[in-house]
Design a protein around this ligand. Structure first.
Ligand SMILES: Cc1ncc(C[n+]2csc(CCOP(=O)(O)OP(=O)(O)O)c2C)c(N)n1
Length: 336
């Protein structure tokens, strides 16, 4: 690992640490509510939660500039929220309501908010890595200074598009940060059972002239610092980075999957490394008061409650809406 909890925490100011703590709780409480709403039959389609993996989205969200770009997978609630997309719109989208960020037509797996730099959630494994490289190329040509951050799972590292995107990004020194969220499992298969190297992303970085980077993806401070470094490196023209963040999903792959294919000792080991209580203890040790932390947790819960109400009360989209936002005109606007 390039960074550990104890050697990085001191480099981060108190306001940033509290912002990270706030984000962790917003993401956790949002995902817990999303699960409940799914079990109540209110979330349409399927959903893939980031419970246990919140520190990665929180750390990167805090490090990104407002006009930076994010590409994520179907497991994208946390990455979308951490870019400042209003929670009401995200929750309403999960419920397929017209007040959702995609008018209720995208759902959990396709969250997008271009105005917040959230350039889409992609359901085809690996498909978005070349697209993210393309967005970075565009930023490079325009001289906009924007950096693209592209999140994907460990499963994407055995897809051809991963290697094509990494190679091109490296050759052209594109301003993009590739982030592999290695949660050890791709659906119901352990990544270790089908991969020739121990670290599926980091151990291949050398093939593309990149540094081997493995971080503790459950440590918000370590994520934030590595994100800041990689984003600055890209912004200054230094080219791409490939970061492998070790983490674990608390629940199953999707929907009501109980995840029983995973060894109980492994689950217990990672539950003991839950980023929320670990970070809470670190902040208490640093002198933050219990009441300040509780206030942040309560505020996050209140936001989720309000977003749930706004979503439940939102109207369903009109039937005619099925025929809008369908064709592009070849430019950046839609032809209806
Ligand atoms: C090209 C392609 N093949 C197969 C699938 C089916 N599929 C959906 S999720 C998934 C597992 C992906 O695992 P990983 O990339 O590790 O991401 P995680 O779900 O753990 O976040 C698979 C195989 C798909 N969506 N796309």
């Amino acid at each position: 690992m390039t960074a550990t909890a104890t050697d990085v925490g001191d480099a981060i100011d108190q306001d940033t640490k509290l912002a990270l703590y706030r984000q962790l709780h917003r993401l956790r409480k949002f995902e817990e509510r999303a699960y409940r709403l799914f079990m109540d039959g209110l979330v349409k389609g399927t959903s893939h939660l980031s419970l246990g993996m919140e520190a990665i989205a929180a750390g990167f969200g805090e490090a990104q500039r407002e006009d930076d770009l994010t590409y994520c997978t179907y497991r994208g609630h946390a990455h979308t929220l951490s870019r400042g997309v209003p929670m009401d719109g995200v929750m309403a989208e999960l419920l397929g309501r017209a007040n959702g960020v995609c008018g209720g037509k995208g759902g959990s797996m396709h969250l997008t908010s271009v105005e917040h730099g959230v350039m889409g959630s992609y359901a085809i494994i690996g498909a978005h890595l070349p697209i993210a490289a393309g967005a970075a190329w565009s930023a490079q040509l325009r001289g906009s200074g924007q950096v693209t951050v592209c999140f994907f799972g460990d499963g994407a590292t055995n897809i051809g598009a991963f290697h094509e995107a990494l190679n091109l990004a490296s050759v052209w020194k594109l301003p993009v940060v590739f982030v592999c969220e290695n949660n050890l499992w791709m659906e119901y298969t352990a990544i270790a059972d089908v991969t020739a190297v121990e670290h599926p992303a980091a151990d291949r970085a050398g093939s593309y002239g990149l540094e081997r980077i493995v971080i503790d993806g459950n440590d918000p401070d370590a994520v934030y610092l590595e994100a800041t470094r990689a984003i600055e490196h890209a912004r200054e023209g230094g080219g791409p980075s490939l970061i492998e963040a070790m983490t674990y999903r608390h629940g199953g792959h999707s929907r009501a999957d109980p995840g029983t294919y995973r060894p109980q000792e492994e689950v217990d080991e990672w539950l003991a490394r839950d980023p929320l209580p670990m970070y809470r203890q670190r902040l208490l040790d640093a002198g933050v008061s219990e009441s300040d932390l509780t206030a942040i947790e309560d505020e996050a819960q209140a936001d989720v409650d309000a977003a749930t109400e706004a979503a439940k009360n939102g109207p369903l989209p009109e039937l005619d809406e099925a025929f809008t936002d369908v064709f592009a005109d070849g430019g950046s606007s839609w032809r209806n």
